[in-house]
Design a protein around this ligand. Sequence first.
Ligand code: BMA
Length: 370
Amino acid sequence: MKLNRIATLLTIGVLWTANASFTPTPSPSDPDADANVRTLFAKLHRLSRLGTLFGHQDDRAYGVHWKEEEVRSDVFDVCGDFPAVSGWDLGELGKERNLDGVSFDKMQQWMIDIHRRGGINTVSWHMVNLANDSNSWDTTRSVQRILPGGDLHGKFLSKLDLFAAFANDLQVDGELVPLIFRPWHEHNGNWFWWGAAHCSVEEYKSLWRFTVEYLRDRKGVHSLLYAYSPNTFQSEAEYLERYPGDEYIDILGFDDYANVRDSEERSRKNLARQIQAVVRLAGERGKLPAWTETGLEGLSNPNWFTSILLNALTASPQAKHLTWVLVWRNANAQDKSNHFYGPHPQHPSAADFRRFYQDPLTLFLRDISE
Ligand code: BMA
């Protein structure tokens, strides 16, 4: 661990301990949340005061020049540490592999290994469109049809059953491994079948509430924190338009790729405005703020990690409260060339990523292992 970071952690730890009796840690939205979920929620609240966790999608499954090695990560190969947060996707759950070729069995093993090392797992779900089993980007209208009373409801329940089994099976030494579940993301865009143009406000809220209630109350899944994550937004009113309610959410996130492409004033202001909104809205609700997806595809700016990302994370006192920031996947070059968002050793951004890693604000696995 970096020395300056140890000093910061100690100082803030003491301050935090001194303050702890005055600020009760908020509870997860699930009243019956597993002890491990409560511990994770409290840990994230504490860490959000110390710095911002770095996350990477599919970090352990593959990298730009390798696939399916038991313990490998492009991030580790560049800085000698793993991300604090590992993102995964459930798209095509029920098959052997997900939509990006990740074996679900191996995903569970990696999730367990990450949890054992003190890391945090988050899952999104690019669910197929149940009207025709195509994919998330097929915008055939189907939200109303999968809700109770709809002709595809049974099919939807079967999908949720698969996830309930996946989550309830995820155990180590008889204890559940907690997951941050981030379904129905970027819903204010129109590219997914659950997007704003393809279902009404009420349908979207019902979709979210039904998902939580079914998993929690009917399938006994109590190992989840729930993350809400619209795409780039203009105002708090837009952000909250389809918010299902505090009883269904633990993390107030947002995805933004559009404002990290350059460091123009307009982009910087857009980022600052959104970060301030999620930090404020989460703070007043006892929730956690997070930047749930971002990245520059192909890292054409080799100083992107410090000049754009770190810059945004340190631009204001509020920004420092973001709990985590996650960059998208490093697709294997044979499957999809130039579709990577994290660093890798052969890329000119590697040195800049090490500077990003060294900054006291950024927290990696070793910084958060307890
Ligand atoms: C998108 C791209 C796709 C991928 C999907 C789900 O942003 O990376 O290639 O299939 O996410 O991971």
